[in-house]
Design a protein around this ligand. Structure first.
Ligand SMILES: *[C@@H]1O[C@H](CO)[C@@H](O)[C@H](O)[C@H]1NC(C)=O
Ligand SMILES: *[C@@H]1O[C@H](CO)[C@@H](O)[C@H](O)[C@H]1NC(C)=O
Ligand SMILES: *[C@@H]1O[C@H](CO)[C@@H](O)[C@H](O)[C@H]1NC(C)=O
Ligand SMILES: *[C@@H]1O[C@H](CO)[C@@H](O)[C@H](O)[C@H]1NC(C)=O
Ligand SMILES: *[C@@H]1O[C@H](CO)[C@@H](O)[C@H](O)[C@H]1NC(C)=O
Ligand SMILES: *[C@@H]1O[C@H](CO)[C@@H](O)[C@H](O)[C@H]1NC(C)=O
Ligand SMILES: *[C@@H]1O[C@H](CO)[C@@H](O)[C@H](O)[C@H]1NC(C)=O
Length: 552
């Protein structure tokens, strides 16, 4: 045990010399006053100065080393533009975007049909038991277009979708479901390209598969949501349930006893009952998942019915009795203030329906919408829907405020038949940038000079409502298109997949990525009606300065 004096000596070793002067141990502050005047203390302060400068120097040295000598961890450089060509191929209207190689740059997955894999991955159709030509899935690096993986997945693909169930809370890789022709049903791991499961499909040959594939709550109690595939044959829709884990069929085919079209929604009512909503024979039909599950398995399932919904739809025909929008074309979910609402696009009008009572939230807005609408933000943080009223030379693009149904803006933008769908990307000001394909040079009379129709890509931002920016033009057939943020909150790019229009006549298939900002300086500014005060260059500068936001 140290006594008080020894302890003191340990803490202040230099004080040992002045023990004599220390009578009062309990008063350290007084001692320090005494110490300051003694010569050894000046030595100490010199010591401190040296230590101070030494550590300062060390700090600066470390800063220098970190900032200049040690190279930054390699951030993979994303090329502003790349293009990959496949000869003698055909492609499908399918593009999926996700980070496959974990370099924090999103990558591209697409399908093409070719005799040989055109890359140096030595895999051919025969290796996977297909005859040539067969369909390959290819994953391309978003950074530079290099092939990440590529493999034959089916003889031919009838249907593909990548929103596929994963066990709750698991980090299982995302996968895509492919329905092949003739009859195969396959899940492919998005990240590695490996087949997760494969079955001969149980759909009859004449049946067409209706989109989308629905993910239903786990019915076989294996912890993975299951899959509901709807098919149509001879004016009758049937449901097929599959295990999300291994693709095994659950029960048998269950006929819904009605005609129907693609565009199914799995809707959960406010009471927690699951219903399938779909366009059928020009009206709106619904089937309870409970009823379908009982039909398919012959057992009672974990689902319930909603008395209100049971009373709204005719029990035998499953149709609603009245709605005033003409034949139903599209049904889309929209976040509402009390749950999910349903946006219904009919042949004569579109309208927002309450998600529980299916009543109109605003009066139907008359429009001839032939293509699927998109969503985006015209006013900050207010969801708007973008519909195309009419086609061809009469096409009008309308921005509707979803909460009121008011028209926020209308643009006349003639289109060519078969042009790609529009898309939007959120911008940092909580609005969206919109990308539309239209006829090259609207308003010009020399459209047919070469005979080759040109699609132009136009960009629109709500802060510049009187201007369209023509970013690019393409005369080849566009099979798929998307505007993508390859890196979170960084530059926007667009991806186009071009290829032969006729799947019987193989030709050049290309995947092209372009950074949007690089196209702005050479773009053409199209003034709509009243010309704003800004010069074209000032407008291009504003588009160049647009910053994008990753979707939450
Ligand atoms: C496919 O590969 C074979 C040899 O492996 C070659 O003879 C043939 O020309 C290739 N076909 C195409 C379309 O590249
Ligand atoms: C395939 O290999 C050839 C020569 O070995 C090379 O020139 C070409 O760039 C490679 N293609 C790909 C996509 O890697
Ligand atoms: C392309 O980018 C990937 C990362 O995304 C990288 O691993 C690869 O080496 C790059 N290839 C070329 C040819 O630059
Ligand atoms: C498929 O359709 C064809 C012609 O439409 C018909 O002859 C054939 O019987 C159908 N097959 C089945 C299995 O229904
Ligand atoms: C339900 O539909 C059937 C067949 O379309 C029809 O005969 C019946 O009258 C409808 N029921 C009601 C209550 O409208
Ligand atoms: C859609 O176009 C038609 C004419 O083609 C027009 O009568 C109608 O008012 C337009 N709808 C809207 C909402 O502007
Ligand atoms: C559109 O195509 C024409 C003719 O090929 C070309 O001169 C023009 O620069 C293109 N415009 C844009 C914005 O790329």
């Amino acid at each position: 045990m140290l006594d008080n004096k020894d302890l003191e000596a340990e803490i202040y070793p230099l004080k040992n010399e002045e023990r004599k002067s220390q009578e009062n141990l309990g008063n350290p502050s007084k001692n320090e006053d005494n110490l300051k005047s003694t010569p050894p203390q000046s030595q100490l302060s010199r010591c401190r100065t040296v230590a101070f400068f030494l550590s300062l120097f060390l700090c600066l040295f470390v800063v220098f080393v970190v900032s200049f000598v040690i190279p930054c961890p390699d951030r993979p450089a994303s090329q502003r533009m790349w293009r990959i060509d496949y000869n003698a191929a055909v492609t499908y209207d399918f593009l999926a975007v996700d980070d496959i190689n974990e370099d924090r740059i999103r990558d591209i997955l697409f399908l093409y049909k070719n005799t040989n894999s055109s890359n140096n991955f030595s895999q051919s159709c025969v290796d996977e038991g297909f005859s040539s030509p067969c369909t390959f899935a290819a994953a391309l690096s978003g950074a530079n277009g290099s092939t990440l993986w590529e493999r034959p997945v089916a003889q031919d693909v009838a249907f593909v979708e990548c929103a596929v169930p994963r066990p709750r809370g698991s980090e299982a890789p995302p996968s895509c479901i492919l329905v092949g022709r003739p009859g195969s049903f396959t899940a492919v791991n998005f990240v590695t390209g490996e087949t997760q499961w494969h079955h001969a499909s149980s759909f009859s040959r004449n049946a067409s598969i209706l989109s989308p594939l629905l993910q239903v709550p786990d019915v076989d109690s294996d912890g993975v949501p299951d899959l509901l595939v709807l098919t149509q044959e001879q004016e009758e829709v049937s449901g097929h349930l599959y295990s999300g884990r291994n693709g095994d069929q659950i029960g048998l085919r269950g006929s819904l006893g009605v005609d129907g079209e693609s565009g199914f929604l799995l809707h959960v009512t406010r009471t927690g009952a699951h219903y399938i909503l779909f366009p059928c024979a020009s009206s709106l039909c619904s089937w309870s998942l409970k009823g379908l599950y009982e039909k398919v398995t012959g057992r009672d399932g974990p689902f319930k019915k909603d008395p209100l919904w049971e009373s709204m739809f005719n029990i035998t025909s499953h149709r609603t009795l009245s709605h005033s929008s003409g034949a139903v074309r599209y049904l889309m979910h929209v976040p509402g203030n009390a749950g999910t609402d349903v946006f219904l696009v009919g042949s004569e009008a579109c309208v927002l329906l309450d998600g529980q009572k299916l009543t109109h939230r605003w009066p139907p807005r008359a429009a001839h919408v032939l293509r699927k609408p998109i969503f985006g933000h015209y006013k900050p943080d207010t969801l708007a829907v973008v519909i195309e009223n009419g086609t061809g030379a009469d096409r009008q693009i309308l921005f509707l405020d979803l909460s009121t149904g008011d028209i926020l803006r209308s643009l006349a933008l003639p289109s060519l038949p078969g042009g790609p769908l529009s898309t939007s990307l959120p911008t940092a000001d909580h609005r969206s940038a919109f990308f539309f394909w239209g006829l090259h040079e609207p308003g010009s009379t020399s459209e047919t000079e070469t005979g080759e129709a040109r699609h132009s890509l136009y960009m629109f931002h709500p802060t510049l409502p009187h201007v369209l920016l023509e970013l690019a033009n393409i005369s080849t057939h566009i099979v798929a298109f998307d505007a993508v943020l390859f890196e979170p909150s960084r530059h926007a790019a667009y991806v186009v997949l071009t290829g032969p229009a006729n799947s019987e006549a193989p030709g050049l298939v290309s995947v092209i990525k372009h950074k949007v900002r690089d196209l702005v300086p050479s773009s053409r500014v199209v003034h709509l009606g009243e010309g704003g005060p800004d010069s074209d260059q000032a407008i291009r500068d504003r588009f160049s300065r647009l910053r994008y936001r990753s979707e939450a």
